[in-house]
Ligand binder design. Structure first.
Ligand code: FAD
Length: 419
């Protein structure tokens, strides 16, 4: 039997999960992973620099120097590869990278990964002989700028969703005389030493970086829509969203309060960008939503094109593992996808249900509480064991602790919990 040539784009956790499951069926697949960097790990590869790398590509990782994970290792791990038992529950980014390196070695994945290989474009073409569709993938060997045109029967996109900063429109921001930075470029708090800083956004990064900066800056204004229920450091004050910024360093919030600051740090999230997809791929990215996809994974019009890692507000690695197993089952022919109309209807049903629950379009791939039903559905569709419910209980507990005890929750230790 001819093996299916499968192209995986990205050597972060999602791409590695794809490679791990595809290569467990080497008689079925011929796997090539293309990674633009010179190492695996994606997000978890800390880079002191910002801007562009030595090849002119934007620096991918948004990692900062002192980051510790916001999920404990007990729920973060791939289900088939635990973190070392002696490590604490909340890890440093160096530990997560080391774990991903061990995963790659353990499952013998390095030999399938082409480093310094930037995927420039993908387009579907018709295989004249058989009338089946093929994917033409153009890969640039970054050090030499040598271009290769390659053909594959399937493509799995795993290029990450946290590397292109979303910059909101803020009236007057362009005239602000001080430092304006997005969290993508934040590395350590020293840069804000003795400053008065406004942090815009109190999602995971906004909250976490706020605690770091509070240690060395003079005062931090945490500007966001809600009000956090937890205690914050004494030199942090929550404020409404920014109404306008002035050229003298003044910032006015929506309730009319005014402050003067030295820096504005935008913790405003990221945009989904998949620049290498040709228009003929049958995929659109609109408002941080990738359409049309079945179960956030398969391109409905061209299901040999799939995506791993678009969902957020989830336990990422376990979810990647399930998605990778579903893709593997479909590509190997063990499982069949529904008809196109049924997949479109399923996508629309879920989207409408989200809109009715008050979510905006940009949250189309956010799962949160829905992740458990989603995980069960994917496991069922892939024909694999349903994930453990211990993970849900611990995840819920950690989210509750983070919400109510932001300053302390990373001191918790769950190593004694039986899974
Ligand atoms: P990435 O890790 O971004 O990997 C994508 C890879 O694709 C990169 O290596 C990139 O170089 C490559 N690539 C992109 N475009 C191309 C191209 N055109 N050609 C070739 N290669 C390409 N998750 C947790 O579980 N726990 C946490 O505590 C946690 N903390 C986080 C903190 C921060 C600051 C951020 C940004 C994210 C955090 N996450 C956390 C989420 C984290 O992103 C996921 O856990 C996971 O690492 C994402 O993996 P990925 O493979 O989808 O993407």
């Amino acid at each position: 039997m001819k093996r299916l040539r499968v192209c995986v784009i990205g050597g972060g956790a999602a791409g590695l999960a794809a490679a791990r499951h595809l290569t467990s069926q080497l008689n079925a697949f011929d796997v090539s992973v293309f990674e633009q960097a010179s190492c695996i790990g994606g997000t978890w590869v800390y880079n002191e620099n910002t801007g562009r790398d030595e090849h002119g590509l934007p620096i991918h990782s948004s990692m900062y120097r002192n980051l510790r994970t916001n999920l404990p290792k007990e729920v973060m791990a791939f289900p088939d590869f635990p973190f070392p038992s002696e490590w604490p529950s909340f890890l440093t980014h160096q530990q997560v990278l080391q774990y991903l390196q061990s995963y790659t070695s353990h499952f013998g994945l390095y030999r399938y990964i082409h480093f310094n290989s930037f995927v420039q474009s993908i387009r579907p073409i018709v295989n004249q002989g058989t009338s089946t569709s093929l994917w033409e993938v153009i890969v640039v060997d970054t050090p030499y700028k040598k271009t290769s045109v390659l053909l594959f029967e399937a493509v799995i996109v795993c290029n990450g969703r946290y590397s292109v900063p979303f910059i909101p429109e803020i009236h007057g921001l362009e005239h602000f005389p001080g430092l304006v930075m997005h969290s993508h470029d934040y590395r350590h708090s020293k840069i804000f030493q003795q400053m008065n800083v406004v942090i815009v956004g109190a999602g995971n990064s906004g909250q976490d970086i706020c605690l770091e900066i509070a240690d060395s800056s003079n005062f931090v204004y945490l500007s966001h829509k809600r009000c956090l229920p937890c205690k914050l450091p004494d030199n942090v004050k929550e404020c409404k969203p920014i109404a306008s910024v002035a050229s003298d360093g003044g910032v006015q919030f929506e309730d009319g309060t005014k402050v003067k600051v030295d820096a504005i740090l935008l913790c405003t999230g990221y945009e989904i960008k998949i620049p290498f997809l040709d228009d003929n791929c049958g995929i659109q990215v609109r408002n941080n939503r990738v359409i049309h996809l079945y179960k956030h994974i398969f391109a409905v019009m061209n299901p040999t094109l799939s995506f791993i890692g678009l969902c957020f507000h989830v336990c990422p690695f376990p979810l990647f593992s399930l998605q990778a197993q579903f893709v593997t089952a479909v590509l190997s022919g063990v499982k069949t996808l529904p008809f196109e109309e049924e997949m479109l209807a399923d996508e629309e049903r879920e989207f409408q249900e989200k809109l009715c629950s008050g979510f905006q379009e940009k949250y189309a791939h956010s799962l949160g509480e829905r992740q458990w039903t989603y995980n069960r559905a994917i496991a069922h569709l892939a024909g694999i064991k349903t994930p453990s419910t211990v993970c849900k209980a611990l995840y819920d507990h950690v989210i509750w602790r983070r919400t109510n005890f932001l300053m302390d929750y990373k001191n918790d230790d769950f190593r004694q919990i039986k899974r």
